[in-house]
Ligand binder design. Structure first.
Ligand SMILES: NC(=O)c1ccc[n+]([C@@H]2O[C@H](COP(=O)([O-])OP(=O)(O)OC[C@H]3O[C@@H](n4cnc5c(N)ncnc54)[C@H](O)[C@@H]3O)[C@@H](O)[C@H]2O)c1
Length: 264
């Protein structure tokens, strides 16, 4: 009982990330920005990774101003091994550790299979799946050697469901799900947890044109039991859970944040 009481007293600090170092890829995107803010609000120092330097700097500055954590932008392509290796090396040198990696960079390559050029199909796989693997491997080298770490891959409900026009996107996310589970098995004994979050539609640059079409939007909402699209804030709890000590015994999970879409 005493041990349990002592553990229960630690509950308020289960989601505390003060002093932790987190890398977020796709950090200037719709979901990446929100996830970065949530990690910073919980106390994590941030390395923000995205393609364009000019979008990273203002984000890094405003996060530091708002939350008092250190925040630095790294212009890098997640599918480029050399750039990601250099970025993780710099983060590890500066902070001494890499505690958290959130893989949020992604593209939605959509369109009919009959007209899909192979280069376009590969672009989706390269950024969503290969890029996630490269970032996991590079941060994983540091995490495995330090003996702890939390990786959160942003998948999609499409990782377990097909849809017309999704012959690149859906397989790339299915790959992310099984990459997550395989790395979870490989690194569990090294103290590294690897999990994924699978959101339903949240309006961002990735899908604004599609979701702003009134009939499409109405049909999608009608299929979501909670009766609305997702909001970026809906991901905060899931990300903090999987990035923090609250989830120490959880690995290889795909957590659906989808308003009940996959339950229906
Ligand atoms: N928005 C949704 O409804 C939704 C639903 C399920 C899953 N997702 C997933 O969430 C992730 C983020 O989506 P979003 O809605 O924020 O999209 P977004 O387009 O707003 O942001 C994606 C970000 O990734 C960056 N990026 C793209 N290619 C990159 C590369 N090669 N290297 C580094 N950065 C790169 C972009 O510059 C952009 O900032 C994606 O993986 C997406 O598949 C989104």
């Amino acid at each position: 009982m005493d041990e349990l009481v002592a553990a229960a007293r630690r509950v308020p600090s289960l989601f505390d990330l003060h002093g932790k170092t987190a890398i977020v890829t796709g950090a200037t995107g719709g979901l990446g920005q929100g996830i970065s803010l949530a990690l910073a609000a919980a106390g994590a120092n941030l390395a923000l990774v995205d393609l364009a330097e000019e979008r990273l700097r203002p984000l890094a500055e405003s996060i530091t101003t708002e939350f008092g954590v250190t925040s630095e932008g790294f212009a890098a392509n997640v599918a480029d091994e050399a750039e990601i290796s250099a970025m993780t090396r710099r983060v590890a040198e500066k902070h001494g550790v890499i505690d958290i990696l959130v893989n949020c960079a992604g593209v939605a390559v959509l369109g009919p299979a009959l007209d899909m050029p192979i280069e376009e199909w590969r672009r989706g796989m390269r950024i969503n799946l290969e890029g996630t693997f490269i970032c996991c491997r590079e941060a994983g080298r540091v995490m495995v050697s330090q003996g702890w770490g939390k990786i959160v891959n942003i998948s999609s409900v499409r990782g377990s469901q097909g849809r017309s026009g999704y012959t690149s996107y859906a397989p790339s996310k299915a790959g992310v799900n099984l990459l997550t589970k395989s790395l979870a098995c490989e690194w569990a004994s090294h103290g590294v947890n690897v999990n994924a979050i699978a959101p339903i539609f949240i309006r961002t640059e990735l899908n604004a044109a599609f979701l702003d079409e009134p009939d499409t939007r109405r049909d999608i909402i009608a299929r979501i039991p909670i009766g609305r699209l997702g909001k970026v804030e809906d991901l905060f709890g899931a990300v903090l859970y999987l990035a923090s000590p609250a989830s120490d015994f959880v690995t290889g999970a795909v957590l659906y944040v989808d308003g009940g879409w996959t339950a229906a």
